[in-house]
Design a protein around this ligand. Structure first.
Ligand SMILES: Cc1cc2nc3c(=O)[nH]c(=O)nc-3n(C[C@H](O)[C@H](O)[C@H](O)COP(=O)(O)O)c2cc1C
Length: 249
């Protein structure tokens, strides 16, 4: 089961689409050598604008992943402390070098009501499965912090998209990311896309040689799902009718 390189590990597309879910608790088992590359090779079949494949990916595991994780935790803790600080303390922190997120894209935004409702519903469902109460801010922060140890995954990907194609670089990166998720799933490997990791870019940029014009768009934890209840979370989907645009009168 753990050897995802065997050709018997496959799944039809409809089953893969219907059964892939984000994994937010991984076992400590490392991926077999070469499996992450095999999954990436599958995913490189994704379509892209003019077939330019405008993305690069940093793959981290072992000590490199641990060091990146430590940097994210430090940045997240400093960010949380900054948010809680008094104005005077904020000034002192700023003068001592504490800065806001250094991501290539912003991950902190307010949603229009239509999106906000679905975002909140999904969050409510996730925290429900985790047994975290509405007002338990500490537990919510702790769960957010789990993003920064990649939910225990042994491997983490950081996807960079070219900014030379306007919206189409990130769009192509999205098709690639979903292809990685499905290719991994077909081989028994779990993933979780993590925009939280794009909040800061310095932990990855300081360790990988990123070409000019590429921006960190999303991280992705990769490994084997544990049997923790959080991995059974399957948030609701919109109906086709709800997504389809009506004709004008
Ligand atoms: C671009 C993108 C960014 C995401 N970022 C995060 C994240 O930072 N942390 C997290 O726990 N889940 C993240 N997710 C997972 C979504 O919450 C998840 O895909 C959604 O709730 C649907 O659930 P499913 O993937 O289990 O079907 C992200 C998904 C996408 C596509």
């Amino acid at each position: 089961m753990k050897d995802g390189n065997t050709p018997t590990n496959s799944m039809d597309v409809r089953t893969a689409l219907a059964t892939r879910r984000s994994v937010r608790d991984f076992t400590a088992d490392a991926l077999p050598d070469g499996l992450a590359d095999t999954i990436l090779a599958d995913a490189l079949n994704a379509p892209s604008w003019g077939n330019v494949q405008p993305y690069r990916v940093a793959v981290a595991s072992g000590d490199v992943a641990k060091a990146i994780s430590a940097d994210y935790h430090a940045l997240f803790s400093a960010g949380m402390a900054f948010r809680r600080a008094s104005p005077l303390r904020k000034l002192r922190m700023f003068l001592s070098g504490v800065r806001g997120p250094d991501g290539d894209h912003t991950t902190i935004m307010t949603y229009p009501p239509e999106l906000d409702a679905r975002y909140k519903d999904t969050g409510k469902g996730l925290y429900g499965v985790l047994g975290i109460g509405r007002d338990d801010k500490a537990a919510r922060v702790q769960q957010t912090a789990r993003n920064f140890d990649f939910f225990g995954a042994p491997t983490v990907l950081f996807v960079f998209a070219s900014d030379a194609l306007g919206a189409y670089g990130p769009l192509d990166a999205g098709a690639f990311i979903q292809s990685v998720a499905l290719a991994a799933h077909a081989r028994g490997v779990g993933t979780c896309a993590q925009a939280a990791l794009a909040t800061w870019a310095s932990p990855v940029r300081s360790r990988f040689d990123v070409p000019d014009g590429y921006k960190l768009i999303c991280g992705m934890a990769m490994g084997y799902a544990s049997d923790a209840p959080v991995n059974s979370f399957a948030p609701a989907r919109r109906s086709v009718e709800n997504v389809k645009l009506p004709l004008k009168d």
